[in-house]
Design a binder for this molecule. Structure first.
Ligand SMILES: Cc1cc2nc3c(=O)[nH]c(=O)nc-3n(C[C@H](O)[C@H](O)[C@H](O)COP(=O)(O)OP(=O)(O)OC[C@H]3O[C@@H](n4cnc5c(N)ncnc54)[C@H](O)[C@@H]3O)c2cc1C
Length: 547
């Protein structure tokens, strides 16, 4: 893959090479030059680690309406019904497109080994089997295929280890909120900053779950796109709705390994250390209740009994079934001496998915002209107060497609922007105290886990806000004084994400979906439910003072 970059112009700059970014690139590259930035390697993204699959209506007994209703119910009154309908209707088409790219999904062997029928899993919140998957490593299969297709395309440039620092925008009478003209990116292997101008810029940077101490996400998930967009003037919505996956492997040597919900879909039970099941005490759907309910139930039991984890048990299924359906989970657990065909799996909840994000419309446009946002970084209105399992990959493909159609309409009328001035480093020095970065990273993640986690309260939120404000001022000062590194850029973004989550959580005076505040344990149904929308201009004074 290319690692030196001379040109400073591209038609479309896509920041992020997950499922959303790669899909969009492939849909534009026959006509336009596309450059994709990846913070690490091209294949390192949340998409790569997706296990369960992609939701779409294929089963004869299922229907588009049923998928829509399940999504709306899980989203607890905050989904945008038009966006849900648009997304669900494109399910089949998205899967067909992936199959045409070469993704090999698991087929239903019950209907013969050459069966053309896709095997469908069932997951929490879904009333039917509708999860299309590639065994239990769907993301790996999707991402490797899309990267292969992108590498074959002459119009796509893949730049690895390029960390986008900030967007460049200009304001004019025609575009009072600003028009994007490109971005600055740190080439972290050569320690140089490259200005890249583009007619269209797309944020496809994924989620922000590294803001929590325990997460299922890889290191790239530091919410960079959210912070870039916020600094550039975009609205951000619903950041209080952070999804905690109920079942991550609990083992001192296992780093964020997820035990897919599909295991519960196949009848696995959650058990206390003494072997007692407990989900029936919390929800009549038991293990198949939506994730927030299962995560809160586990959190409750862990705190009540002072235990470190609970167990998940799939050993009632035959070893052959387990190895065929969950080969990746079986192998990973075996590495830690847990044979899931005979033994229970120790599990804990961990931060998993960012439901909120940059406010976008049905064509993936943001508030800034020429700037799009797709995938987990965007808030389209699909998930509302809670994401239903396997709807997020679907959202990546559908909104990459929506963006592609809009960009193809828009680009012929867009002029090539002026060259962006070089990055100015004349006022900063090399840091002699990098410990500040490591310390502040840890502190933010610990504060967020302890005070802004699965169960919140007003007191915990204001405590967190005070600490995050202090950290923000300190990080800003550090950023102003010293040369940038990838860790510093991520830290600067992470502290903004933390603040956005806290501000959103403080605004919601009720418990709804993924947001649970013990001072307001019920939903407030006196008025229609509202999205929490933060606008940079409302926070301008605090924001400018500290950042
Ligand atoms: C363990 C796990 C399992 C999951 N299972 C499922 C599932 O079964 N079904 C489902 O629907 N969803 C699942 N999800 C969620 C789903 O995988 C993600 O929502 C989805 O993959 C997000 O895709 P994306 O393209 O938006 O972002 P990502 O795939 O996260 O890609 C983000 C990209 O942005 C780049 N990037 C970030 N910041 C910068 C920067 N500053 N500069 C340059 N590049 C940057 C990264 O390098 C990366 O290439 C799972 C998530 C995890 C973590």
């Amino acid at each position: 893959m290319t690692n030196t970059y001379a040109s400073t112009y591209t038609d479309v700059l896509i920041i992020g090479s997950g499922g959303a970014g790669l899909t969009l690139a492939l849909k534009l590259a026959d006509l336009y030059r596309v450059t994709i930035l990846s913070k690490l390697t091209t294949d390192e993204s949340n998409t790569r680690y997706a296990q369960g699959g992609i939701s779409a209506v294929f089963d004869d007994s299922d229907s588009i309406d049923s998928h829509i209703q399940d999504t709306l119910k899980t989203g607890e009154g905050l989904c945008d019904p038009d966006i849900v309908t648009l997304t669900v209707k494109q399910g089949r088409e998205s899967i067909d497109w992936l199959i045409n790219q070469g993704v090999s999904f698991t087929h239903d062997t019950d209907h013969g080994s050459d069966s053309p029928r896709l095997h469908l899993n069932r997951e929490g919140g879904h009333t039917h089997r509708r999860i299309v998957h590639a065994a239990d490593a769907t993301g790996q299969s999707v991402i490797s295929t899309l990267i292969e297709r992108a590498q074959e395309h002459a119009n796509i440039t893949l730049l690895e280890h390029y960390n986008a620092i900030d967007l460049v925008t200009v304001k004019s009478r025609q575009f009072p909120k600003g028009q994007v003209t490109g971005a600055y990116a740190l080439d972290s292997q050569n320690n140089t900053v490259i200005p890249i101008s583009a007619r269209v810029v797309v944020l496809a940077t994924g989620g922000a779950n590294k803001v929590y101490l325990y997460t299922s996400n890889p290191d790239i998930a530091t919410g960079d796109g959210l912070s870039l967009a916020w600094r550039a003037g975009c609205r951000i919505a619903n950041m209080e709705f952070m999804q905690f996956h109920p079942t991550c492997l609990y083992h001192p040597d296992a780093r964020s390994f997820l035990i897919s919900e599909a295991i519960r879909g196949e009848g696995a039970k959650l058990l206390l250390p003494n072997g007692d099941p407990f989900m029936h005490l919390f929800d009549q759907r038991e293990e198949l209740a939506p994730r927030d309910i299962v995560a809160r139930a586990i959190d409750h039991q862990i705190k009540k009994y002072g235990i470190d984890f609970v167990y998940l048990d799939i050993s009632h299924k035959s070893p052959a079934f387990i190895k065929r359906h969950f080969p990746n989970i079986y192998q990973q657990c075996l590495k830690f001496n847990i044979d899931i065909t005979t033994q229970k799996i120790p599990v804990v909840p961990a931060a998993h998915y960012t439901c909120g994000g940059i406010v976008t419309d049905s064509t993936s446009k943001t508030d800034i002209s020429g700037l799009y946002a797709i995938g987990e970084v965007a808030c389209t209105g699909l998930h509302g107060a809670n994401r239903m399992a396997s709807n997020s990959l679907l959202e990546c493909f559908v909104f990459a497609n929506q963006a592609a159609e809009s960009i193809l309409r828009e680009l012929p009328n867009k002029t090539i922007p002026k060259t962006i001035p070089p990055w100015d480093e004349s006022q900063v020095a090399k840091s002699n105290e990098e410990v500040v970065i490591a310390h502040n990273w840890d502190e933010i993640r610990r504060v967020m886990w302890d005070y802004v986690g699965i169960v919140r309260s007003d007191k915990r939120l204001s405590r967190a806000h005070e600490r995050i404000n202090l950290l923000k001022a300190e990080i800003h000062e550090y950023y102003s004084d010293f040369t940038i590194t990838s860790d510093l850029l991520e830290l600067r973004n992470l502290v903004i994400v933390a603040e956005l989550i806290i501000l959103s959580a403080q605004q919601r005076k009720e418990s709804r979906g993924l947001h649970y505040n013990q001072d307001y344990p019920e939903q407030d149904n006196r008025t229609p439910p509202q999205n929490t929308i933060l606008s940079p201009k409302h926070y301008a004074s605090a924001f400018i003072k500290n950042d």
